[in-house]
Design a protein around this ligand. Structure first.
Ligand SMILES: [Zn+2]
Length: 88
């Protein structure tokens, strides 16, 4: 299963849970919160191109598209927020 499919599946579950919110299901708010955290974590696994990418003498650099930390080509993930990076 691809990350996009997993996100879509959890989104459907989240919508179903929300329908039943306020009907005495104490755990539902916790589940919605957990699904939101899972979704944010999965989104960071989808590779994104760094902003303002540049290359000088095979040294690639740029800025994390999620938190703007300065990143370079050896970083597969942003060292600050964990966003997966796409260099090619
Ligand atoms: Zn980042």
């Amino acid at each position: 299963m691809k990350i996009e499919e997993a996100r879509e599946t959890l989104k459907h579950i989240g919508e179903h849970i929300k329908v039943h919110d306020g009907h005495g299901l104490i755990y539902s708010a916790q589940l919605v919160g957990a699904l939101e955290i899972a979704d944010a974590a999965m989104e960071k696994q989808i590779p994104k191109e760094p902003n303002d990418k540049c290359e000088y003498l095979k040294f690639k650099s740029g800025y994390c598209p999620n938190c703007s930390t300065s990143v370079c080509g050896i970083n597969k993930y942003c060292p600050t927020c964990g966003q997966r990076l796409k260099w090619e």
